[in-house]
Ligand binder design. Structure first.
Ligand code: ADP
Ligand code: MG
Length: 677
């Protein structure tokens, strides 16, 4: 019943069903689980005079002037008016919504709901939600919408779907004991009230239940993945080889690196398959830890794969490994940028077992890449890969060991919970002799001085980076980097070889540029954020970041980590003309600390986890209502509850956990595939 196609719900039909699909609503169940992102609380309208820029508010106001529309360019029409509530006025701006603009009549009162912004000292609301001013407008849910469906229409559709849903019996997904222990309302109550509450209190009760439920399902899934990962190891590994590898390195490992290596070796020689995350700030030396394991496996006659998120990084790992693994271990590179012939050679070497180590990108995941004895899978910068991709690679071997390396510093409490399926080693120490990267934030009037500073360093033989930000349209990002590089090499840096690196270049071109930079031929590299991940050129000592306010803090930290890798004092100069308080505070934070965990924590607080964990970078299933950070306490509770339940039913096989098991499978499935079995 609940898997009923949304198309058959009253008020939908074929055409609207297509629109609903865009919102991820395919069935009645999906509609019922399409939660409001906010509520219009018309009892709490704010006077315009009391509004603060940045807040989202409801205002009851009169449309003061006739709406004036102007076509700015093709595809962009803007209507303007002034709203007034007697004591205050603000501007109303409507983009490309003729329907709304024509609905609003001068002199009439409406309810406006939206984000308040400030533009040259005047408050404005852009594309607010608008309701006729009916006196008994109460507490209305606001849903994320898509073009073609209004708030009211979507509300009605969801109400109709809910009616259908309520006609059915549904097994409670939360075990009774859990519901009781954590004082959670029933699912029926939660779903009814989340869509049609009469008070804030009801919203809270319903939300608490649904958030708990979602995190509980997540934690159950993590725990199951862990059980699944707990396979008996099929390999007998002699770990003594690691010592011989470490001895021939030109440096000694830090204490933290040694601990990580020891953790891994213990895993590799144990009875169970390794499932480990190594978390270490940029520059903490994760690669060499992985290399110790690759070497050990190779000496045992076993194969390993190292997967990196970008072509550049894969190439760099390939070169590093070729150097440090020595002549006795054959390493092959497998990326999309190779010629068909090169790929064929690499694949053959893996299939026959001649090559002990495969380094590559997603290309390693394709079906025709076969190994003769894949026993260890390492993924670098794992937040870019999903849980699913990790397991695809693992399936190419017989229960291979899994090591994940991440440079995204996530507060430890959180990582323990979201990487519930992995054991964790933290490398919280930088190799000795590193100097702190000195970071400065300046405005663009400093450009001449910054260039002079850069030239001074280039003249001593060091190298530098200039990073241009991702601006809204990808085209202009490209343009800005290309033009900037041209300008710099024609003027301020005409005496030096300036290179350019951006995401639209062919892999071969990128690799050539990186090689020339690593070899010191290119002295100054102008780049977009493609250098963000993992690039290691110790001779680069100065990084200039243009329009620094456009980057997230964690991203700035990652970028900054490209310098400070050698013995010279390194510098990071953040250039920004942003006036906003929060932008200034962020850049100031960068100047104060080099500690990735501190930066991450500040970033999380300031931006909120939505952005931080945005775009599914962490590879976790997408959550509908819970928020990993805001709901951290609930996450903790849900984890305990999940462990309790699983203690009695390790694989969720008891009949009373059927609904739960189903929900877990669904949450962890992508494109119809599930990584749980
Ligand atoms: P990340 O953790 O960011 O991936 P890398 O593995 O790229 O860091 O290491 C950064 C640099 O530090 C590399 O040039 C590497 O050779 C060097 N390095 C790693 N460990 C040590 C160490 N214990 N002592 C000195 N240099 C080291
Ligand atoms: Mg790295």
């Amino acid at each position: 019943m609940t898997t009923i196609d949304i198309q058959y719900v009253k008020g939908v039909g074929e055409k609207r069903a297509k629109l609903l699909e865009k919102l991820g609503i395919f069935t009645v169940e999906d509609a019922v689980r399409y939660y409001p992102r906010a509520y219009l609380d018309f009892a709490n309208c704010k006077p315009i005079a009391a509004l603060v820029p940045g807040e989202t508010a409801c205002v009851r106001a009169v449309v003061g002037t006739e709406l004036f529309g102007a076509q700015i360019r093709k595809g962009l029409t803007i209507w303007r008016s002034v709203l007034t509530d007697g004591a205050g006025t603000m501007h109303l701006i409507i983009f490309n919504n003729r329907f709304l603009a024509e609905r609003l009549k001068q002199g009439e009162t409406y309810l406006f709901y939206g984000k308040v912004t400030e533009n040259y000292g005047t408050l404005e609301m852009n594309n607010p939600l608008v309701e006729e001013d009916c006196e008994n407008a109460g507490f209305l849910p606001v849903y994320p919408l898509t073009a073609g469906i209004s708030r009211l229409q979507l509300s009605r559709i969801i109400q109709n779907a809910l009616k259908l849903w309520l006609q059915e019996e549904h097994a409670e997904l939360l075990p009774e004991a859990v519901r009781h222990d954590y004082s959670l309302c029933r699912e029926r109550y939660a779903l009814t009230r989340i869509h049609a509450p009469v008070s804030l209190e009801e919203v809270q009760i319903a939300r608490r239940r649904l958030i708990f439920e979602e995190l509980f399902v997540l934690q159950c899934g993590m725990a199951l993945l862990r059980v699944q990962g707990r396979q008996r190891s099929a390999f007998c590994v002699d770990t003594a080889f690691a010592a011989e590898f470490l001895e021939q390195l030109p440096f000694t490992l830090t204490g933290a690196q040694n601990r990580a290596v020891a953790d891994c070796l213990r895993d590799l020689s144990g009875a169970w398959v390794m499932n480990r995350l190594i978390q270490g700030d940029v520059g903490s030396g994760k690669t060499v830890v992985a290399a110790a394991l690759l070497y050990t496996m190779a000496k045992n006659g076993l194969q390993s794969a190292l997967m990196a998120p970008t072509e550049i990084l894969a190439r760099q790992h390939y070169e590093t490994l070729q150097k440090i693994l020595g002549g006795s271990v054959r390493v092959v590179l497998l990326t999309g940028g190779l010629t068909a012939r090169e790929k064929r050679v690499a694949k053959a070497a893996l299939k026959s077992g001649e090559a002990a180590v495969a380094v590559g990108t997603h290309a390693l995941l394709t079906g025709d890449v076969e190994f003769s004895a894949l026993s260890l899978v390492v993924t670098d910068e794992q937040h870019r890969f999903g849980v699913r991709q990790r397991s695809t690679l693992s399936e190419k071997g017989r229960a291979p060991h899994v090591l994940v390396m991440s440079a995204t510093p996530i507060p430890r409490t959180l990582s323990l919970m979201i990487y519930g399926d992995l054991d964790i080693s933290v490398i919280d120490e930088l190799p000795g002799g590193r100097k702190k990267i000195l970071t400065y934030a300046v405005d663009s009037s400093y450009h001449p001085r910054v260039y002079a500073f850069l030239r001074k360093h280039l003249d001593t033989g060091l190298q530098g980076y200039v990073v241009c930000p991702a601006v809204e349209e990808s085209e202009s990002e490209l343009l800005s980097a290309v033009e900037y590089a041209k300008e710099l090499s024609a003027k301020e840096f005409s005496a030096y070889r300036v290179g350019l690196l951006h995401g639209k270049m062919k892999p071969k071109e990128k690799a050539a540029i990186m090689e020339a930079f690593a070899a010191g031929e290119i002295r100054l590299l102008v780049s977009t954020t493609v250098i963000e991940v993992g690039i290691d050129v110790p001779n680069a000592a100065v990084m200039v970041i243009e329009n620094a306010e456009r980057f997230g803090l964690s991203q700035l930290h990652q970028l900054r980590g490209r310098v400070g890798r050698g013995s010279a004092q390194s510098y990071c100069i953040l250039i920004s003309d942003a006036q906003g308080e929060s932008a200034k505070a962020r850049l100031e934070m960068m100047t104060k600390t080099n500690d990735g965990f501190a930066v991450a924590e500040f970033d999380l607080k300031q931006r909120g986890p939505g952005d931080f964990f945005g775009s599914r970078q962490h590879g976790l299933p997408e959550l509908k209502i819970a928020d990993l950070l805001e709901d951290m306490d609930t996450l903790q509770q849900a984890k305990h509850a999940a462990l309790d339940v699983l203690a009695g039913d390790r694989r969720l096989e008891h009949p009373e956990h059927r609904a739960l098991r189903q929900a877990v499978k669904q949450l962890f499935s992508q494109n119809g595939e599930t990584s749980l079995n």
